[in-house]
Design a protein around this ligand. Sequence first.
Ligand SMILES: [Zn+2]
Length: 180
Amino acid sequence: MTDFAGAIARQHHYLTLCRRRIDREAIRQTWSISYGDPGFTGPYGDPPAPVERHTATSLTRAVADSRWIHRGACLACSWEGESRRRRDEAIEDAHDHTHPGWRDLPIFDRSPTGKGAATWAQHIRAVYPGGWFEASGPLRLYVDPPFDRHEAGAAPGGGFILYTARPKKDRPEDEQLLLV
Ligand SMILES: [Zn+2]
């Protein structure tokens, strides 16, 4: 195992291995930034530059039995979370590092379309801490299963949208019927 850690260092190492075109399986088993997450480059992109503000992302690699494991990571420092089975858990760990307190924030429904959208945006900004979105803080939204992937870059300031399954009792009547 390599003696460095952190998203930037690992992505540099991964890209070096890709350029050398070493064994494909060895590349799959090397930590790299997950598809679509901050700092993602794919196998042949330019290495990501470190950023100043602690920024949540995730790492992934293949393990035995064609499974993949995931870890929260940061684009500003060498912090890494525990290995997780699900990418969304890793992203949540990363937010414990970058935006402590996010788990206590209120969870909203998605923005209505049309006229209500501006009021909705004003409301969430009023309820979340001042400067939260400017600091790339995540927005928490309810989602009906099947579960959406936490979405990079989709919050008002460019942070993540972190989804929570809506409690069953709160789902609209017609959807409950569909689930029966
Ligand atoms: Zn950090």
